[in-house]
Write a protein that binds this ligand. Structure first.
Ligand code: GDP
Length: 433
């Protein structure tokens, strides 16, 4: 019997071919600078088995901070996309920049991801830029889960951050976890684990294994009362979302965990709630449950609405594409990185299939583009030799060969043309001012 957020016991080292679209998660981690976005990313890659050491931001050794300028400034400027596997899920993790100057970069990521993890610092709480990124995610209707990080810091307060999310961000946080203790080792009641409120289990993370080893036990009496109160709050949200859960509660019956999880997932996808997790990314506490939460609660490409665009030849004619490999190919170029061996075109595929050695249309430039090589980029440098023959709907890949498209352009089937709305940088940046 698996605990709701129990670690995946058998993580595969390499993501399998992403054939099952329902198991793809295209996610970004968004946060105020310094909340711990890069540290959370590093920890996820490490725990998934994709990396064998934990990079430290402070040492300039992270995988997502690849650019020398990034390392020098200690902040993430560019959003690269790394892939990892967790249980059945193939996750494309887009690293979004956390610095306010790069808001346009955050916007372009939000366009192509399906769900987000919002990281807050338990010490600093909801900060000015958390509001900016939260509003951006609202604008792009991105479902999200919350990670309250740095629970090990002096002055950390889970409740303060939790209680701020409603009034300051207009969110509806629902705690699915509770911290055990708060603050560093020398305080009276230091942070040392998390309570899973769905299964009412205590999860403890072994520091010797950087959080890989997790022990799951029944709740000790001294934690049970507080946990029961928070669980009741979680169930209130579940009753609002799920009629099944409500009728069971009316009959005084226990609501099964799959009903609870399904209701929380529905609420998250509808953006009426945001499930809240907590931990310390630095010490590897609470990150495995968060990763399981990404699979449990955040949408797959199938859960997102069809993309809409227009016929480039008849601008009045709207067209839509579903995340179906049988539909004509269409995708969006969301990032171009210069490279000696041919520029890297990062593409989110919305429909159809992209095949190596094929040609696609770029309607924005009225040009045909070559798809010479397709790469799926994995978390480790070693794994990066991930050249593939084709990539299907819902996935993200890197293509070498195109020459004309610019960021925000559509690429599509050469016969079944569609032009998706472009990414409007200037407008969004101005409206933020
Ligand atoms: P980003 O700017 O959001 O990417 O944040 P970073 O991941 O670069 O983290 C900012 C600083 O906070 C770094 O010095 C991290 O080592 C530190 N940090 C991140 N997570 C934690 C945590 O859980 N606990 C503590 N004590 N420090 C953390």
């Amino acid at each position: 019997f698996l605990c709701a957020f129990a670690p995946n016991r058998f993580p595969t080292h390499r993501p399998a071919m992403a054939a099952d679209i329902s198991k793809i998660r295209n996610i970004g981690i968004i946060a105020h600078i310094d909340a711990g976005k890069t540290t959370v990313t590093e920890r996820m890659l490490y725990l998934s088995g994709a990396k064998h050491r934990v990079g430290r931001v402070d040492h300039g050794t992270t995988d997502t901070d690849d650019d020398p300028e990034e390392q020098e400034r200690g902040i993430t400027i560019f959003s690269a996309c790394v892939k990892y596997a967790w249980g059945d899920y193939n996750v494309n993790l887009l690293d979004t920049p956390g610095h306010v100057d790069f808001t346009a970069e955050v916007e372009r990521c939000l366009r192509v991801l399906d769900g987000a993890v919002v990281v807050f610092s338990a010490r600093e709480g909801v900060e000015a830029q958390s509001e900016t990124v939260w509003r951006q995610a609202d604008r792009y209707e991105v479902p999200r889960i919350v990670f309250i990080n740095k629970m090990d810091r002096e002055g950390a307060s889970f409740e303060t951050v939790f209680n701020d999310i409603g009034p300051r961000l207009g969110g509806r946080p629902v705690a699915v976890e509770l911290p055990v203790g708060e603050g560093p080792a020398h305080v009276d009641n230091p942070f040392r684990g998390v309570i899973d409120l769905v299964d009412m289990k205590l999860l403890q993370f072994d520091p010797e294994t950087e959080g890989k080893q997790v022990t799951e036990t029944d709740l000790p009496d001294e934690l049970a009362d507080d946990a029961a109160i928070w669980r009741e709050q979680m169930l209130e949200a579940v009753y609002e979302i799920s009629e099944d859960a409500m009728s069971l509660a009316m009959e005084d019956k226990e609501v099964p965990r799959d009903v609870i999880l399904a209701a929380l997932r529905k609420g998250c996808l509808d953006r009426t709630i945001q499930p809240v997790f907590c931990g310390s990314a630095l010490h590897g506490i609470g990150v495995q449950p968060l990763m399981t939460g990404v699979g449990n609660f955040l949408p797959s490409p199938l859960d997102r609405p069809a993309v809409e665009g227009h016929d480039p030849k008849k601008p009045d004619k709207t067209l839509s594409r579903n995340p179906d490999p049988k539909e004509p190919f269409c995708g969006l170029v969301f990032k171009i990185l210069p490279a000696k061996t041919g520029d890297n075109y990062w593409i989110r595929i919305y429909s159809g299939e992209l095949k190596q050695n094929s040609r696609v249309q770029c309607p924005n430039r009225d040009k045909k583009e070559n798809v010479a090589q397709i790469w799926q980029i994995h978390a480790t440098k070693k794994d990066r030799d991930g050249q593939v023959d084709s990539v299907g709907a819902g996935d993200i890949c890197c293509v070498i060969g195109p020459r004309f498209a610019i960021t925000g352009d559509t690429v599509c089937d050469t016969k079944e043309l569609i032009e998706l709305p472009s990414i409007k940088f200037a407008e969004t940046v101005l409206s933020m001012a």
